[in-house]
Ligand binder design. Structure first.
Ligand code: SAH
Length: 235
């Protein structure tokens, strides 16, 4: 029997509205428009509309829909914005951002693992978002200078601190949302760059993300995981 994903999608969106993760019409519309089932691997497709992260290969995960919705609300992108995402993964979050920035806007998304960048491009291609999303393979902790500055920057991997180049590449009046702090738990930070260039940081929810590996992230997987075992977390 075939699964009616669109029914599941609208039920999930109703639930996320009730729980307060979806608070604006633009995020609701984007979450209804993007087919999450086409961004997850075949073997977990039936769970596409459960509110939980799912494995996408290479030890990485697509975030839970509630986190995607909440981070998009915090970021508050506008039609026409130029957005930078760090950690393309499946491409799902990039597609949500692309829905909101619209045809006048653009999303640049940086992925460290070439195979995932390819997967994301396939997913974005078959769902029609490739024109509005550009995927680049590289170390996103350095940002992406050729297209800077950005109206909005979203980091979807856990950084030990806010990567300095990202602050530099943010427009005055721009906003960055990133999970920051040691593993396993980070805090979502909302960083506003004022018109005069000063920075304001607000702490939001506690979250769990895979590590940002790079020059302004963790040095490698070993370093990121080492501090888990230091804390007595069994992995
Ligand atoms: N936003 C994704 C999920 C992100 S999972 C989605 O919607 O599916 C985090 C991703 O960040 C992983 O794919 C991981 O490979 C990537 N990543 C980790 N460190 C990175 C870095 N320095 N630069 C770019 N991508 C990185």
């Amino acid at each position: 029997m075939s699964i009616d994903f669109s029914v599941r999608r609208s039920k999930l969106v109703d639930m996320l509205k009730e729980l307060g993760y979806i608070r604006s019409f633009k995020v609701e519309r984007a979450m209804l428009a993007v087919p999450r089932e086409l961004f997850v691997p075949d073997d977990v497709r039936e769970y596409a509309y459960d509110d939980r992260p799912l494995p996408i290969g290479y030890g990485q995960t697509i975030s839970a829909p509630s986190i995607v919705a909440h981070m998009t609300e915090l970021l508050d992108p506008k039609p026409g914005d130029k957005v930078l995402e760090i950690g393309t993964g499946s491409g799902y979050q990039a597609a949500i951002l692309a829905e909101i920035v619209g045809p006048e806007g653009c999303v640049w998304s940086i992925e460290r693992i070439p195979e995932l960048a390819e997967l994301a491009m396939r997913n974005l291609g078959r769902t029609g978002y490739l024109g509005r999303v550009r995927v680049v393979v590289g170390d996103g902790s350095l940002g992406y200078k050729p297209e800077a500055p950005y109206d909005r920057i979203m980091v979807t991997a856990a950084a030990p601190r806010i990567p300095e180049p990202l602050i530099e590449q943010l427009k005055p009046g721009g906003r960055l949302v990133a999970p920051v702090g040691p593993l396993p738990f980070q805090v979502l930070l909302v960083v506003d760059k004022k018109e005069d260039g000063s920075i304001e940081v607000r702490r939001d929810l506690e979250v769990v993300f895979v590590p940002l590996i790079g020059e302004y992230g963790w040095r490698d997987e070993r370093e990121a995981l080492a501090q888990l075992t230091e804390k007595g977390v069994i992995i």
